[in-house]
Design a protein around this ligand. Sequence first.
Ligand SMILES: *Cc1c(COP(=O)(O)O)cnc(C)c1O
Length: 580
Amino acid sequence: MNKKELEKRKIVYFTMEVGLDPKMSTYSGGLGILAGDTLKSCADLGVPLIAVTLLNEKGYFAQKLDEEGNQAETPIEWPKEEFLTLLPEKASVYIESREVKIQVWKYVIKGASGEIVPVYFLDTNLPENNEYDRTLTSFLYGGDQWYRFCQEIILGIGGLRAIEAIGYKNIEKYHMNEGHASLLAMELLERTKKDIETDIYKKYDLESVRNRCIFTTHTPVSAGHDRFPLDFVKRALRSDLPFKMPDMFIRDNEMNMTLIALNLSKYVNGVAKKHGEVTREMFPGYSIDSITNGIHLLTWAAPSFKKLYDKYIPGWQSDYFSLRYALGIPKDAIFQAHLEAKKELINYVNSRTGIGMDYDTFTMGFARRATAYKRADLLLSDINRLVEINDKAGRMQIVYAGKAHPKDGGGKELIKKIFSRIKELSPKIRIAYLENYDMIQGKLITGGVDLWLNNPLPPQEASGTSGMKACLNGVPNLSILDGWWIEGCIENVTGWAIGTSISLSTDGERSRTIGSIESQNTDSVQHARNLYQKLETIIIPMFYKEKDKWFEVMRHAIALNASFFNTQRMVQEYVLNAYL
Ligand SMILES: *Cc1c(COP(=O)(O)O)cnc(C)c1O
């Protein structure tokens, strides 16, 4: 590779998953989409960064749903050669004293400025490796805990060696997107070892590692923080650093990936202001900042809105802030663009499900990972009430989508529950549950519905980004005040909040959330009541009877929110606060 190109790259971004193209099944959800959008904006802005991830050759999984909503999962074979180039350089790591060889595939993101960001995909599927090791880069979030630990060795340690093998010599900053890549920091620390007789903390240069590492944490849900049994460490790794410095690596007798990243990174951040606060409470004693997530606007704008902005806000593609001028776009033009996006969605839904949705009915969207705290069933929790609203306030139709993680039994039950409610409500209210939620559907649904709904149990949604995609396409949000929406919601101006009084108070909220099932149920009953009330008395009447006001909200969603909740603003914050 070109020497100048190799020399100029200063930052490397490590991520377990990345959503770059709908046909590359190397992502599962929000974390991967955010990584992809981040890298695209780095390319747009010319940030001298490279990225490392796993090949995830068989993807996350393809979802099939039967009549009752039972989920079946099949591997995905995505056409890697169409997107990636195999490099001649190889690297290797040791797992249980076996050498595991890694080959590297390269993907190139071309930015709006003409600059690029290379993304390196690590692949252990080589004849030199044993059968098991060959599968280590096959499945994203698949397999057992041991498989996951091996994957993290490949990502963290293998990733570092791979970029060095390729020839990058001037890397100054290592950004860990989640704790999956924490072993990278351990490897960097291992390399600072001095051959002197002294106490352990002087033998290793913690400061120099901290100065180079950046850690972004993405979830306040404790199951989202990787931990591994200590015998894995003994079994798999050559390094005994975790046992020499247990306070840096070990908590509750487990290797704790979040702890490692926290201890070995100088800059640590959560992904929304509230999430920063919650993370500081979870890990007292650490300095934790926040940088609110965003989306890559060019990726997520519906074709009709892209055209609209090209016409009214020339230059927006390289200057996302300029979407504030959406305030000057005529309402009728917004109406036409929305109608086009809505038709595209409705046609898609009808062709997939034969459900016969129409273009005029008020349409709500809810699409995200099916897991308990996201409460996909909240809207359908009182179907009599929903029918009453449908009959009195105005007709509605609803589009659902979302996969449950193969091991998330609760998430799978949730999908079945929704399927059974859909049957009960049919034919009065048309509700579709689309199979196999992915980037294509994400774009269609956030672009084409009239209202985007999000109602997780606070404060568990670190940020959320799908609501930002809705804003970009002029779709107002109705959401719990959690994650980014605490910052994005101006009641009746950019959208609406569910359960204001409950979610805005910070004290006691966490204990309530993590507390008893009963208190969660009480919260859910109150949230549902508030959700129904807002739909009935404010939102649906405004949609049908006060079109002018409705378009005002659409316009503000674009001007106030899409101009800010995007990865161009976000990457600039990372550059200023973390990279420089
Ligand atoms: C945007 C997007 C997400 C992120 O959704 P949130 O629920 O807002 O975190 C997940 N999956 C897909 C396919 C997406 O497009």
